[in-house]
Design a protein around this ligand. Structure first.
Ligand code: HAM
Length: 418
C-alpha cells in the first residue's frame, strides 16, 4: 500500500498558522535590517564534507542525524542540518573576505536532522540565524546576543532566560582537558556510551550531557570558564561588560558548552522557561576556527540560530490565532448571471486599490453569501444583482448597521474614502 502520509518529524504549515509564521519571519528580517545584517541564501544541500568538517565529526549531528545521500554523479551530499557551515562555505567560495569586513549575514530556512521524534524536535525544522564573520571584537558578540534579545522582546516572548559561558580557545582548552580527564578518569566506565566516546574525543561535551551532566563527579569537574587563557578571559569580560551596558540580563552557566564542535570563547542559549524538555529557543556563540577550517582565511566569527517552531510554541495561542485570522475588507455578493461580469471588474478594481476582497464561487444563495461576508468579518458587502448591473451600480451594505446604499461604479472607490 502506498504511504501518502507526510514523513515523521515533518509538519504541514496550514493557512491557520501561516500568518504567525509570516510574523516571526517578517520580524526577523526587520530586526536584521536595523542591525545592518543582510540576507544570504545558500543551498539546502551541500557536499557532506562541509558539515563533517564544519559541525565536527564527534557531534551527534554528524554521527547520527544527517540526511546524507549519494547523488547520481556519485557524490555524497547532505541536507543542511544547520546554517553556519553553509554560510561560511559561501563566504569562502565567493571570497567575501575580500569585501567589507566584518560581513554581517542572516538567513531563514528549513534545516534537516534525523532526530528522535519528540515535542519541539523535528526532522525538518526552520531556523532564523545571523552570522558576523571577520571580527573578534567583544562588541560583535554582544551585538548578536542583544539582537536575539531584542527579537524575542519584539515578538512578545518574555518567558525566557539567557545562559552565557565561555568555552575558551584551543590553547586554554588543552590545559583544561588534561585537568578534566584526570578528574573524570575514575568514573569513565560509569559514564553513558556517548560520554565514553566523548571522553576520548571531546570531553568538554560531557559537562552538558543530559544523562551524566547531573552526576556529582561531573558537576564538581573543573569548568573551562575557570581556566581561560588571559586573552579569552579578557574577551569574556568584554562581552559581559557590553551586555551589562546594554542591560541584557544573563545567567553564567559554566556547564553549557553547546553541541557543535566549532565553538570558541562565547557560548550562549536563550531558554524558554515554560517549554518542556526541548526548551532552547536560540543557541549560538563564537567560532574563531571555522572559516579557516573550511578552506578560507583565518577569520573569526560569531552568530546564533533560533528554531522558528520553538519560537512559535512560546507565542500565546490567541496571538497566533489573531495573526492567522482569515478576514476580508469586503465581500462581493453576486445575484444573477448578468451581474458576474460587473462583479469581476469591481473585484479587480477594489483589489488594485489595495483591499482584500473575495466572492462566492460555490453557487450560494443570497443569505448564504451574506453569512460568508460575516464569516470573513468583512465590514462591507458589495451587492451586485442584475438591476445593479444594468445601472452600472452596486449596493454597499454596512455589515454591522445593515444600512445599504446604491453607488455608481465610478463613485465606488471614492465612496470608500468618505
Ligand atoms: P543549534 O543549537 O544546533 O545551533 O540550533 C539552534 C536552534 O535551532 C536550537 O536552539 C533550536 O531552537 C533549533 N533546533 C535545532 N534542532 C532542532 C530540531 N530538531 N527541531 C526543532 N528545532 C531545532 C545551530 O544550529 C548553530 N548553527 C547556531 C549558530 C549560528 N551558532 C553560531 N552561529
Amino acid at each position: 500500500m502506498a504511504d501518502y502520509a507526510r514523513p515523521p518529524g515533518t509538519a504541514d504549515i496550514l493557512p491557520e498558522q501561516a500568518g504567525a509564521w509570516q510574523f516571526v519571519e517578517a520580524k526577523a528580517r526587520e530586526v536584521c535590517e536595523r542591525y545592518h545584517f543582510r540576507e544570504v541564501r545558500t543551498p539546502v544541500f551541500e557536499h557532506t564534507e562541509v558539515f563533517e568538517r564544519g559541525v565536527g565529526d564527534t557531534t551527534d549531528i554528524v554521527q547520527k542525524e544527517m540526511y546524507t545521500f549519494t547523488d547520481r554523479g556519485g557524490r555524497s551530499m547532505t541536507l543542511r542540518p544547520e546554517g553556519t557551515a553553509g554560510v561560511v562555505r559561501a563566504f569562502n567560495e565567493e571570497k567575501l573576505y575580500g569585501g567589507n569586513l566584518p560581513g554581517k549575514f542572516f538567513y531563514l530556512g528549513p534545516m534537516f536532522r534525523y532526530e528522535k521524534k519528540q515535542a519541539g524536535r523535528y526532522r525538518q525544522f526552520h531556523q532564523y540565524g545571523v552570522e558576523v564573520i571577520g571580527s573578534d571584537d567583544a562588541r560583535a558578540d554582544a551585538e548578536v546576543i542583544e539582537l536575539a534579545d531584542c527579537y524575542l522582546k519584539e515578538l512578545g516572548v518574555d518567558k525566557y532566560r539567557l545562559e552565557l559561558n565561555s568555552v575558551g580557545c584551543p590553547t586554554c582548552r588543552a590545559a583544561h582537558k588534561a585537568l578534566l580527564l584526570a578528574h573524570l578518569a575514575p568514573v569513565k566506565e560509569e559514564l553513558c556510551a556517548d560520554c565514553q566516546t566523548r571522553f576520548d574525543k571531546n570531553p568538554l561535551r560531557i559537562l552538558d550531557c543530559k544523562i551524566d551532566g547531573k552526576r556529582p563527579e561531573v558537576m564538581s569537574a573543573p569548568m573551562i570558564v575557570d581556566h581561560l587563557c588571559a586573552d579569552c578571559a579578557a574577551h569574556f569580560a568584554g562581552v559581559k561588560g557590553y551586555l551589562d551596558a546594554l542591560r541584557v540580563t544573563y545567567e553564567l552557566v559554566p556547564t553549557m558548552v553547546r553541541g557543535l564542535d566549532y565553538y570558541t570563547r562565547t557560548a550562549f542559549e536563550f531558554v524558554g522557561t515554560e517549554l518542556g524538555a526541548q526548551s532552547t529557543i536560540i543557541g549560538g556563540g563564537r567560532y574563531n576556527g571555522l572559516v579557516g577550517m573550511l578552506g578560507g582565511p583565518d577569520l573569526p566569527g560569531v552568530g546564533f540560530a533560533g528554531g522558528l517552531e520553538r519560537l512559535l510554541m512560546t507565542l500565546a495561542e490567541d496571538k497566533v490565532a489573531a495573526l492567522s485570522a482569515d478576514t476580508l475588507d469586503a465581500y462581493v455578493i453576486v445575484m444573477g448571471e448578468a451581474a458576474n461580469r460587473l462583479a469581476v471588474q469591481v473585484m479587480q478594481r477594489l483589489r488594485a486599490y489595495g483591499l482584500k476582497v473575495d466572492a462566492d464561487y460555490a453557487g450560494r444563495g443570497f443569505k448564504a453569501q451574506l453569512k460568508q461576508a460575516d464569516r470573513f468579518s468583512a465590514p462591507v458587502a458589495v451587492i451586485i444583482g442584475d438591476d445593479e448591473a444594468a445601472a452600472k451600480s452596486v449596493t454597499l451594505r454596512d455589515m454591522v448597521s445593515k444600512e445599504q446604499r446604491l453607488v455608481t461604479i465610478e463613485h465606488l472607490l471614492e465612496d470608500k474614502d468618505r
